[in-house]
Design a protein around this ligand. Sequence first.
Ligand code: PEP
Length: 257
Amino acid sequence: MRKTYVMGNWKMNGSRAANATLLSGLKAGVPALRAGVEIAVCPPFVYLEATAAALAGSPIGVGAQDVSEYDKGAYTGEVSVAMLKDVGATYAIIGHSERRSLYGETDAWVTQKTVAALAGGMLPVVCIGELESEREGGLTEKVLARQLDAVLAAIPNPVPGGIVIAYEPVWAIGTGKTATPEMAQETHAFIRNHLKKGGEAFAAQTAVLYGGSVKASNAEGLFSMPDIDGGLVGGASLTADEFVGIYNGAVAAFGRR
Ligand code: PEP
């Protein structure tokens, strides 16, 4: 059976005080994993080590929002896989649409980072998604296929430790415009089918998360779809009650699988 996940991407938000409040709310709300659903938070780099320490002994995991494709050396501002692991991160979000659109990350670059994460024993959460203009132009599947193919061509098969795909329609990120469960499922089914390029077993085992204005009130509906294996959550992951509500929605939906 595929693994299921609820992951919070804090983006450039937080402070030591705010994080302490949020993390204690999450620890109280999720004292143990239920229905096998994994949960993790992805704070800014500077808060990773303190977050991992605050969550020690809890079932909540820690991930980074980005990672360098390089191991070490003269790469000012970059953070390597080994450094992230050293401070307690086990996941890395790669190729988030904000990295692609604001910082010029290309499919090739996203692929290099994914390869580096896998080589270093870290679980990459590779983000893909179409712009609103691309959806309106009927290009959604072409864009997703291009983004996926770049990564699929470069990663080992079988993938040691696996890989997670996060489908995040760019028009739904931070806008409050969530795809309906049916609309999201249709695209997830396309992604699942496309993953068969890596073999039936790879497609069946790879978790495909949905991201884009997921909140407590719509989580269970989205996660009840057969090809949606959890969520990558932005804004709603900054409030303990909302994020715990999303986790509870996932437990309800995946408990029925
Ligand atoms: C995200 O940025 O990954 C995201 C899904 O954001 P939001 O939940 O705020 O739409």
